[in-house]
Design a protein around this ligand. Structure first.
Ligand code: NAP
Length: 461
């Protein structure tokens, strides 16, 4: 017996942009695994590192995460060469024609640059303007039923309380489209550079995209899906699975290796983290609701966050993670684990000098004599730079409204709630973060569990 969501995807064709990324891969996996009668999935991929889009898709589908997917399902995925930064999404006229005749009914627009500090023109070119192109393409699709645009829960970060609505921007979006407004002018009006509203170009470009999609949406049913910080899998493809070293995972890796010794966090603020598989399940359900609730021309916003229903503070996050690292040290550790967090920048900087930079100089000096690796100082500066970039998110907190997300969950049948689970209240943080730590060990540090006894012995020496 098929569940309601499985029946919805039966015979449908889905288009995914950003299918090679962290969220995109898990979405492909989940659609193939849990929607056995889906007709097809078309994935936008650009050429990269000398690989064609066909070669990239082959590599993605051959990775271990997809081993549970039957071969006959894998052939349902077809790549299309696209570069969202280019005019017309970089599609050839043949491919565009193919897309318009493929009876696509659901589009997930996920592709973006997640670098927080891209130059403004690059951020707008990658994260804002493609929304116009994708929406126009969707408008031409005869069978289109839902467009899900993946934004971020931090797009409206100038507000301390974030509702599930699109907020008006201080600039005229139309002028950005026409190229009439200079980047400097946009930056000034949005005051993102002057300790003003947006802390970086990533969040600003996403906020602009949200307003744009709402303004230009003519006849489409559109959902803006806003996840907070997306981290390791809760269950699928495996508990703790991760292939991405962005955000807090990057800091966790440094702590695991013993080379990051000080972090900039506000102990009492909420660490708003969501598992990647729950995030993807929520996106799949969002597309279903968007397609079936029949409100064409409207844009509904979904905040997918953990803080509103099952909060954990940064203090709790780090205390659990540090404990789990001590219990399961890595054989690749460069130093004993020592980690303190502090919110104030001057104190953080002084501690960074004493605990990271000076020891790095000493270790590197020693390595010069012994012909050992010479990266320590570079790593210490990388740690400082990353902390500077993400500090805004680790010392501030936001109150989120997630009514739309909750009511969608309530609408699901018990079977769907099981197959496509995204109930954030089910997360037991202690167990889940243990899996996250082990996931970083296995998938990021490439240190499998067989080395745990040896690493424990070394750690006690
Ligand atoms: N990860 C998080 O914590 C988080 C939190 C909130 C929201 N989000 C949102 O979720 C989405 C996915 O994030 P992610 O973590 O999966 O990021 P990711 O792993 O960096 O993936 C980004 C994807 O976008 C594609 N892309 C970027 N520029 C492109 C271009 N010019 N043409 C075609 N494809 C392009 C990338 O393709 P290549 O492989 O070719 O580079 C990749 O598939 C983004 O929209 C992000 O804003 C993420």
């Amino acid at each position: 017996m098929m569940s309601t969501l499985q029946k919805f995807y039966e015979g449908r064709v889905v288009l995914v942009t950003g299918g090679s990324g962290f969220l995109g891969r898990v979405l492909l996996l989940k659609l193939l695994k849990s929607c056995p009668n889906i007709k097809g999935i078309i994935v936008f991929l650009r050429k990269k590192h000398g690989q064609s889009c066909q070669e990239r898709l082959f590599q993605i589908l051959s990775s271990s995460e997809f081993s549970a997917v039957p071969k006959e399902s894998l052939v349902k995925v077809s790549p299309i060469e696209a570069d969202i930064e280019k005019e017309g999404l970089g599609l050839s006229s043949k491919d565009r024609e193919f897309l318009l005749t493929s009876r696509i009914s659901v589009v997930f627009h996920i592709a973006a640059s997640v670098r927080l500090n891209e130059p403004l023109d690059v951020a707008i070119k990658t994260n804002t303007l493609p929304v116009l192109e994708v929406t126009q393409l969707c408008e031409e699709m005869a069978q289109i039923e839902a467009l899900v645009y993946v934004s971020t829960a931090y797009s409206q970060c100038p507000n301390s309380e974030i509702k599930e609505e699109v907020y008006p921007m201080p600039v005229d979006n139309g002028q950005i489209f026409d190229g009439k407004m200079l980047d400097e002018e946009i930056a000034m009006k949005c005051t993102y550079r002057k300790n003003g509203q947006w802390p970086n170009t990533y969040t600003l470009s996403k906020a602009l995209a949200e307003e744009m999609i709402q303004k230009i949406n003519g006849r489409l049913s559109v959902a803006i899906f806003r996840p907070s910080i997306v981290i390791n899998a809760w269950k699928e493809p495996n508990p703790g699975w991760i292939n991405n070293i962005q955000t807090v995972t990057r800091i966790l890796r440094g702590v695991y290796l013993g080379r990051t010794r000080v972090g900039r966090f506000s102990d009492g603020k909420v660490a708003d983290l969501v598992p990647v598989d729950m995030c993807v399940n929520a996106m799949i359900a969002t597309a279903w609701e968007t397609a079936t609730s029949n409100h064409r021309g409207q844009t509904k916003v979904y905040n997918f966050v953990s803080g509103a229903q099952n909060p954990i503070t940064w203090k709790e996050y780090w205390s659990i993670c540090v404990q789990k690292i001590i219990e399961n040290p890595t054989a690749h550790a460069q130093w004993y684990l020592f980690y303190v967090t502090i919110p104030l920048w001057p104190v953080y900087f002084s501690l960074w000098l004493c605990l990271e930079l000076i020891p790095a100089f000493l270790i590197q000096g020693l390595h010069y004599c012994t012909f050992g690796p010479k990266r320590s100082v570079k790593d210490a500066f990388a740690s400082l730079q990353y902390t500077t970039i993400v500090g805004y998110f680790s010392v501030n907190g936001w109150m989120y409204q997630d009514k739309n997300m909750r009511s969608l969950l309530a609408k699901l049948t018990p079977e769907d709630r099981d197959i496509f689970s995204f109930d954030i209240k089910q997360i037991n943080w202690n167990k889940y973060l243990e899996n996250c730590v082990m996931g970083v060990r296995i998938y990021i540090l490439k240190d499998d569990l067989s080395t745990v006894p040896q690493a424990r012995k070394r750690y006690k020496m």
